[in-house]
Every structure is written in C-alpha cells, then in structure tokens.
Design a binder for this molecule. Structure first.
Ligand code: NAD
Length: 242
C-alpha cells in the first residue's frame, strides 16, 4: 500500500469541469471521492474507467451539495482528506425581479452554502493531518457581476469572500484556501446559449476562444500542488476577458 497517496473530494464530478478535474487528479495519482446530484450510472462508469486507467481508488456518491444532511452523510464515509474541490454549481439567467425566492435560495444553497457545508466537514479531517487544501470554483461574475445573473454573481462573490476569510482562519493550521474564478468554459452549463450568443462572447475574449474543461482542471490541480504560502487568492482564468 502506498502511504503517500493523497485523497481528493470533487463535488459535481459527473460532467463538465468537475469531471475534467477528476480525470486530471486521477492522472496525478490521487484517490478520489466523487459526487453528483443524480447521474449515478454515469459516475459509476466513470469510476470504473478511472480505476482501470489510472490505478487509483475512486468512491462515488449521490450527494446534494445544497443539503447539509446529505453532505454530512457523504462525510461519514470519508476518513481522511487532502484536497476539497467545491465545484458543484448551477447557473440562473433572468431578471432579478422575475426570480422566485425558491430559485434564489437554490442558487445560493447550491453554489455558496455548499462550500460552507463541505468545508465544515472537511476541516476536522485536515486538522488531523496537519495539512489540507480547499479549492472553491468561482467565476468572473463573482469578481465583477453580470446582468441577468445577479444571484449567480452574488453566490460567486460570496465564494470569493469566504475564500479570503477562511484562508486567514486556516493559515495557522497549514490549510490553504484558494478559488479559481473561470471565465467562459465550454460545458453543458453554457448550452442554453445560442450559436450567435456564443459567437458574441467569443468576440469579447482577447484569447479569441472559449476555455476548455481541461484548462480549468489543470489550474485546479496546480492550486492543489502550489506552494503552501499561496492562500486566500482568487485566481482568475478567462483568456484576458474581464
Ligand atoms: P455543469 O452544469 O456541466 O456541471 C455541474 C456539476 O455540478 C454537475 O456534475 C452536477 O451534477 C453538479 N451539481 C449541480 N447541482 C448540484 C447539487 N445540488 N449537488 C451536487 N452536485 C450538483 O457545469 P460546469 O460548467 O462544469 O460548472 C462547474 C463549476 O464551474 C460551477 O461551480 C460553475 O459555476 C463554475 N463555472 C463554470 C463556468 C463555465 O463557463 N462553464 C465559468 C465559471 C465558473
């Protein structure tokens, strides 16, 4: 048994950025805990693939990141953890005055409260190891705000503030907390946009293209492996967009 193996939990790993993170961490030799909301079969097939290709251990769970009880249930299976990647998230596009209170609560719970729930459960495990990394997936809209995405922007702005504050709280305990704030990444989250809207966005991006999930995952792994003195940072990766 390899005692130097590290373990990472990635939420929302059935597709998109979370799935790319899982593959990238597996390739780097991490054992994995992967969650998603309801795509159990997809995640199980992915687990088998990762274990076969990368010779790591992978555990999969259905877990609603927006629900504290569901998160505590997940953590009852996790005995040690080196890296927590808070990736699960949803978007909401629409005018704020038309948004229902239920939809507001869902965006804030899924994107922001989830980071509190997982961190609350993960910190004792990291304190026991005297080290740990928490990486929160944020967005450029958390930095500058987006019209028609006020709730989403508020949730990601909240993540940025949580990241900075928690980093100060945990630095004395050798636990680093950073966030990756992505611009436009090619995932299902953006499928609602028409071809013309995609083109309009692309035209605004100096790099002249949408980012890939692999690029996002590469940054997350680099944050997991960065020098321990890097903490409390919101690293924006957006092709020079914002
Ligand atoms: P996606 O919709 O492709 O994937 C989202 C994942 O989150 C899925 O696996 C889904 O099952 C999971 N999820 C959603 N609600 C959940 C819940 N309540 N509990 C557990 N899992 C849940 O989206 P994506 O683009 O890969 O987004 C991943 C993260 O990256 C999100 O936090 C998103 O806000 C952020 N982000 C995305 C972009 C982009 O352009 N795609 C830009 C900036 C930030």
């Amino acid at each position: 048994m390899n005692h130097t193996k590290k373990t990472a939990l990635i939420t929302g790993a059935s597709r998109g950025i979370g799935r790319a993170c899982a593959r990238t961490f597996a390739a780097a030799g991490y054992d994995l805990y992967l969650t998603c909301l309801r795509s159990e079969q997809t995640l199980l097939a992915f687990k088998k693939e990762l274990e076969t290709v990368y010779h790591i251990k992978c555990h999969t769970f259905l877990c609603d990141a927006a629900d504290y009880v569901s998160v505590t249930c997940l953590f009852s299976y996790i005995k040690a953890l080196d890296v927590l990647v808070n990736n699960a998230g949803i978007s909401y596009v629409g005018l704020l005055q038309d948004m229902s209170v239920t939809d507001w609560d869902k965006v804030i719970a899924t994107n922001l409260s989830s980071c509190f729930y997982t961190a609350k459960c993960a910190i004792p495990l990291m304190l026991a190891k005297k080290r740990g990394r928490i990486i929160n997936i944020s967005s450029v809209w958390g930095n500058v705000g987006a019209s028609m995405e006020a709730a989403y922007s508020a949730s990601k702005g909240g993540i940025n503030a949580l990241t900075r504050a928690l980093a100060k709280e945990l630095a004395p305990s050798n636990i680093q907390v950073n966030a990756a704030a992505f611009g436009c990444i090619d995932t299902d989250m953006n499928r609602q946009f028409s071809k013309a809207e995609w083109e309009a966005v692309r035209n605004e991006i100096p790099a002249d293209r949408i980012g890939t999930c692999q690029e996002a995952a590469d940054l997350v792994l680099q944050l997991a492996q960065a020098p321990a003195y890097l903490t409390g940072q919101i690293i924006t990766m957006d092709g020079g967009w914002i």
